[in-house]
Design a protein around this ligand. Structure first.
Ligand code: SAM
Length: 236
């Protein structure tokens, strides 16, 4: 069984919000994994991403809105479930967004967060962690908001600050996939190539290029496995 199905499969979602939804990748997971839901609303600050999300997933009970997560345009206690995935390290004010999500959550409602983190254990996992850090640094040098992924402890500290109850932590760790899987290696080689090209616009291009080449060497030597993901579910 898929990890999200096993973690979310017994949860009746009710009215669900997904924050920083981009093209709705996590909305799709919620649609497939929750026991049921009455409505899912995805919000993102990027209007082009929201247009694509509408094209891909929009339907009567799945809606997408352009909105800043730091100032959610919803009443207090108006959702049964709130969620955020793979996005905390893309926010300029994580605490403010988490507090906003809690504000609009009904008492007894569920708070779901899924986020990759830095604490890889195997060399293959660390390849993904280092790659993501390098991409984040290139993006930042180009003026795009992309911080380094957080440490697992930082994630649990943010969650603790919300004072939720019945909090469950699920570590989603990739230990079974083949680190040298050809298709994945080729995919990441392509990514490295594209990011090196993207870095041409940065003032320290040669340093970024050198690090990209070191990462490609590492990828071919030790391979790769997915970054570890922490999934958190708590109640307000
Ligand atoms: C990595 S993407 C999200 C991926 C998506 N959640 C998924 O699981 O497929 C990060 C998103 O955060 C959005 N974002 C950053 N700051 C935001 C804010 N203040 N309010 C809303 N969305 C924001 C970006 O526009 C971007 O689409």
């Amino acid at each position: 069984m898929d990890v999200f199905e096993s973690v979310l499969g017994d949860l009746a979602g009710g009215r669900v919000l997904n924050v920083a939804t981009k093209e709705g990748g996590f909305v799709q997971i919620l649609m497939e994994s929750l026991k049921d839901y009455t409505e899912i609303v995805g919000i993102d600050i990027n209007d082009r991403a929201i247009e694509r999300a509408r094209d891909i997933l929009g339907q009567e009970d799945v809606r997408f809105l352009v909105m800043n997560a730091e100032q959610l345009d919803f009443e207090d206690k108006s959702f049964d479930t709130v969620s955020i995935s793979a996005s905390l390290h893309h926010l300029s004010d994580i605490q403010r967004v988490l507090e906003e999500m809690k504000r609009i959550l009904k008492p007894g409602g569920h708070f779901i967060a899924a986020e990759m983190h830095q604490d890889g254990q195997t060399e293959a996992e660390l390849t993904s962690v280092y790659l993501h850090q390098w991409v984040a640094e290139v993006d930042s040098a180009l003026g795009r908001l992309h911080n380094s992924t957080l440490a697992r402890q930082e994630l649990t500290d943010y969650i603790a600050s919300l004072g939720l109850s019945n909090v469950e932590f699920h570590d989603y760790i990739d230990r079974d996939s083949d680190p040298m899987e050809k298709a994945r290696i080729e995919q990441l080689k392509g990514l490295i190539e594209r990011v090196i090209q993207r870095a041409e616009g940065a003032s320290n291009y040669s340093e970024f290029k050198e690090r990209g080449e070191e990462l490609r060497k590492r990828l071919l030597e030790v391979g790769t496995q997915r970054e570890p993901i922490l999934i958190v579910i708590g109640e307000k």
